[in-house]
Write a protein that binds this ligand. Structure first.
Ligand SMILES: C[S@@+](CC[C@H](N)C(=O)[O-])C[C@H]1O[C@@H](n2cnc3c(N)ncnc32)[C@H](O)[C@@H]1O
Length: 255
């Protein structure tokens, strides 16, 4: 998105404070992990676009594997690193500021690639191809993505997604794209509405209100906060039109 630096500075002032940077919850992560039936006992895991690492820490709790967590935004990685040290998990989780579009890992390195709400940033077809290359044969890919769930969305909803995710499709589009990219789809499910609110939109609305006080005399900042507040408001009014879905796929053999 081509937005001015002031937008991004306030965007991150909101997002860096949130428990999660997108929809998700522990139960959904556990459910998707449960669909990876033949993982090794201690899988090598890559978490792409980990944000502050809520799901990274969940995967560490739910597996005995080794996890590499990657994100472009340094403050998210610093926050995750601090939490890893606080929990004594430094032997099991490695963090890395990096671009998932240019991964620096040998082909076939990972047993499981995880990505909640992040793959779309580099385009889903490219992401699927990169992930396939990084996975060992038989390795799993688990990711979430936004999908349409009802046709003819109101103009405000259409405009919101045209800005952030103009190529957003339906569950069937993603299932087809996954299958066409050398994976076998293991399953998919829609995240419950609570996964949007508990750790994401409710704290986001609280943070926006707190920043309104801080920026009470700053018209530019207030306008940006108004813009950010649109997203949870839109979800409250129109969530029947779109969803977040978890997809679990398995890398098939072959080149
Ligand atoms: C919607 S947030 C989701 C974060 C986290 N997975 C969660 O669910 O809370 C998307 C994340 O992807 C990261 N991101 C976007 N483009 C990226 C890229 N090219 N390489 C690595 N991370 C990227 C962003 O910095 C952000 O933390």
């Amino acid at each position: 998105m081509n937005l001015p630096p002031r937008f991004w500075s306030i965007f991150f002032e909101v997002y860096e404070s949130l428990p999660r940077q997108g929809p998700g919850n522990h139960a959904s992560t556990a459910k998707a992990l449960g669909m990876c039936h033949e993982l090794p006992v201690s899988p090598k895991v890559l978490d792409l676009g980990c944000g502050g690492g809520a799901q990274t820490l969940d995967i560490a709790e739910l597996t005995s594997g080794h996890i590499v967590a990657v994100d472009l935004h340094t403050p998210f990685i610093q926050r995750l690193q601090a939490e890893i040290e606080r929990r004594g998990l430094a032997q099991r989780i490695e963090t890395c500021v990096g671009d998932m579009n240019h991964p620096e890992f040998p082909a076939g390195t990972f047993d499981l690639i995880w990505s909640e709400g992040a793959l779309y940033n580099i385009g889903m077809h490219r992401a699927l191809s990169l992930c396939r290359n990084l996975l060992a044969t038989g390795g799993y890919l688990a990711f979430t993505d936004a999908v349409w769930r009802k046709a003819n969305p109101p103009p405000a909803v259409k405009a919101g997604f045209d800005l952030d995710y103009p190529t957003m499709g339906w569950v069937t589009d993603l299932v087809d794209a996954i299958a066409a990219s050398g994976f076998e789809v293991q399953g998919h499910f829609t995240l419950p509405d609570d996964a949007w609110w508990a750790d994401f939109y409710t704290p986001m609305e609280g943070r926006i209100e707190a920043l309104r006080d801080k920026y009470a005399n700053d018209a530019e900042a207030t306008a940006i906060l108004d813009q950010l507040a649109e997203e949870p408001r839109m979800h409250r009014d129109y969530s029947e039109y779109y969803a977040y879905a978890f997809f679990v796929a398995r890398r098939q053999s072959g080149d």
